[in-house]
Write a protein that binds this ligand. Structure first.
Ligand code: TRP
Ligand code: CA
Ligand code: ZN
Length: 318
């Protein structure tokens, strides 16, 4: 925030007078920037808040037969939790229902009022787990980081130039059913308004890597810039083409980006050298298993990737 006196620069006299009047310290107010709209800095996402959402998703799974899978009670309970947080924060939420394998599934879409609705920056993660376990890394991690980023938009009173939309998909584990249903339901005009779709599916892997989707060069660079600032080397995500909810968007011609910390592939020695962790072991040994619990998370990767989500949302929408 830059404080300035409208129409003039503060002189030494006015600054000194203000200090006399307030009895306070003389604070130098920088001149107003030449550009009318300064890009707002992205907030640091508190990883403790992201972990609190994960703890909640874990309890939901525990109370509902150990999973949050499509067509099971834990899936709807997960949606109700995320929706209540967004409603309380001032988002306009809507639930899209669909049927897959004879069971009802849900997409939750949350719009932040304001911004140019002709230019939509959309962020998403899938809220269903496999039936084998609670799905805390896959994809509680992306769901929680997306939720906390949305809540940070509200908390900071962010007024982006572009319109922000967030989504939590159903039935990704059945073949991206929810996200495909959403994209198929958009008119050509509405599709063309989405300038970027950012996907976060597995961003807290216990033996983590820092993979950036390489689908769109500009979106890829946005994430790379963030990690360069942290001094962390990234690699292009090449495993996942077609393996998560960005695929239906990409197929519809929408630019996509995202992050991934690794699933069942094995970390190489070179990767362990740059990222730490254990070479010769999977990035996530509990991928699609019962042990994908709250214990199956690397807090540092979750923190960096959550901050990168916010950085991208702010940078691309301001
Ligand atoms: N949910 C995805 C899946 O079950 C997770 C995944 C595996 C993934 N590999 C990926 C997501 C690569 C993005 C990129 O297949
Ligand atoms: Ca953080
Ligand atoms: Zn997933």
């Amino acid at each position: 925030m830059t404080l300035s006196v409208p129409g003039r620069l503060p002189t030494a006299l006015t600054v000194a007078a203000a200090a006399l009047l307030t009895g306070g310290t003389v604070a130098w107010a920088a001149p107003a920037p030449a550009t009318p709209r300064a890009a707002a800095a992205a907030p640091d996402i508190p990883v403790a808040n992201v972990k609190a959402h994960l703890a909640r998703l874990q309890s939901i799974a525990t109370a509902n037969g150990g999973n949050r899978a499509h067509g099971r009670s834990g899936n709807k309970a997960s949606l109700d939790y995320v929706k209540s947080k967004l409603d309380a924060a001032g988002f306009a939420t809507s639930v899209q229902q669909f049927t897959s394998s004879g069971r009802t599934g849900y997409n939750l879409v949350a719009d932040w009022p304001g911004g140019d609705t002709g230019h939509v920056v959309m962020t998403g993660a899938h809220l269903d787990s496999v039936s084998a376990g609670p799905g805390i890394n896959d994809d509680g991690s992306g769901s929680a980081a997306t939720l906390e980023t949305a809540l940070a938009v509200s908390r900071t009173g962010y007024h982006p130039a572009k319109h922000l939309r967030f989504a939590w998909w159903g039935a990704e584990e059945l073949g991206m059913v929810g996200s495909r249903t959403y994209v198929n339901g958009l008119s050509a005009a509405d599709r063309s308004k989405i300038t970027a779709y950012l996907n976060f599916d597995m961003i807290g892997s216990p033996n983590p890597g820092y993979f950036v989707y390489d689908d769109d060069p500009a979106l890829e660079k946005t994430f790379q810039d963030y990690f360069t600032g942290l001094g962390i080397a990234t690699e292009p995500e090449t495993e996942g083409d077609g393996r998560s909810d960005h695929a239906p968007f990409k197929n519809a011609g929408i630019p996509v980006g995202g992050l991934f910390s690794g699933a069942d592939y094995i970390k190489t020695a070179a990767q362990a050298t740059k990222w730490g962790g254990t070479s010769g072991r999977a990035f996530d040994r509990c991928y699609h298993q019962a042990c994908d619990t709250s214990a199956n998370i690397d807090d540092t990767a979750l923190d960096h990737d959550s901050d990168a989500v916010a950085y991208a949302v702010w940078t691309l929408s301001s």
